[in-house]
Design a protein around this ligand. Structure first.
Ligand code: AHR
Length: 339
């Protein structure tokens, strides 16, 4: 009898250890590594291919899955949350070992993630953030710190304007135009918040005014179109353009040139991502700074997924490293850029 009780206790302890990785106890312990181990199947829902950055993010995840021997079921949501929800439900129905997804917007995930939890399939949130009533619905978030990126943008901008002895075109305040990302997405909301908070906290806050701020949906084409309309409305008043991503800045550069102005000179441009295209624009003197948002998240995603399925503890929130690259560093840095 004593033996049976101690065996039961040992089994219960093992189950507790297996569940310590986060909110969801994995239904499979296959790590995909080592001989005889079951290959891990990961269902991954990507939001689409809106930018140069996103293409790099997708490639990083696909390549890392190959390298790690993970079977990746990849689904492209074409910028629609409803397609992501359908994809996650289909991953649950297929009985994948683990689900990872890039949430296109912050809210609206509670129901589907509860379904994954009930099916005992752990979920990893990649790149963007979610807002949930219950954070135990996902095990880990791997990605970037959008608020910090917004802080860095204003900090760099203010230092640059001061060092360059720039003067507002209207003689009183620098007029800032902002191209925002996808409405409701965490990078759009948080980069804007980070920028505004840093500005409000600055002793130079009074020198800046946000004259226009509108979504360009993180795409080059929309960035160009919205910049055209900003230029029509505010003509030569705009001193600064902050684009929530490089692709929109690249579109805006075309609009500024078409309006007969010099991007990077007549209008100071700062954006976020750090893609090769913006480095080339900086070398050409058409943009002034990019704040990095690192899309190379694949290896960390696979490593984290394996740990979760092996029952190991993982950090709930892991941010990838990100730098700031002003135009005077662009030529030196471009050859080593990976995306
Ligand atoms: O979520 C990251 C953002 O989404 C990147 O800044 C942007 O380029 C992408 O489309």
């Amino acid at each position: 009898m004593k033996k049976i009780v101690s065996l039961l206790l040992a089994a219960a302890m093992m189950l507790m250890v297996a569940g310590c990785g986060g909110g969801t106890e994995p239904k499979s312990s296959g790590s995909g590594s080592g001989s005889g181990a079951k290959q891990m199947t990961m269902g991954f829902s990507q939001i689409g291919a809106e930018s140069e950055w996103r293409t790099a993010n997708t490639e990083s995840i696909k390549q890392a899955a190959k390298d790690a021997g993970v079977k990746l079921i990849f689904s492209d949501a074409q910028q629609k949350q409803e397609n992501q929800i359908k994809a996650i439900r289909s991953f649950i129905a297929q009985g994948v070992d683990i689900i990872a997804f890039v949430p296109i917007v912050e809210t609206g995930w509670d129901t589907v993630l509860k379904e994954a939890k009930d099916a005992k399939i752990p979920v990893i949130v990649v790149d963007r953030d979610v807002k949930l009533g219950d954070d135990s619905l996902y095990v880990a978030k791997i990605g970037t710190d959008s608020v910090a990126e917004g802080h860095k943008v204003f900090k760099w901008l203010d230092e640059y304007m001061t060092k360059q002895h720039k003067q507002p075109k209207d003689g009183s305040q620098f007029q800032v135009a902002i191209l925002e990302g996808t409405v409701g997405s965490s990078p759009a909301l948080r980069r804007q918040q980070g920028f505004k908070d840093e500005m409000a906290a600055s002793s130079n806050a009074g020198k800046y005014n946000i004259i226009a701020s509108q979504t360009g949906e993180f795409t080059r084409q929309k960035g160009q179109e919205v910049m055209e309309s900003f230029l029509k409305s505010y003509g030569n008043k705009i001193d600064v353009l902050f684009a929530h991503n490089d692709d929109m800045a690249l579109g805006a550069i075309q609009a500024i040139e078409a309006a007969g102005m010099k991007p990077g000179k007549d209008i100071t441009i700062v954006s976020i991502d750090g893609v090769k295209g913006i480095f080339q624009a900086m070398i050409d003197g058409k943009s002034n700074c990019t704040v990095e948002c690192n899309p190379l998240q694949g290896p960390l995603l696979m490593e984290t997924a394996k740990k979760i399925l092996a029952g190991q503890k993982v950090d709930k929130l892991v941010y990838v490293e990100e730098g700031v690259f002003p135009s005077d560093k662009a030529a030196e840095v471009l050859p080593s850029r990976k995306y």
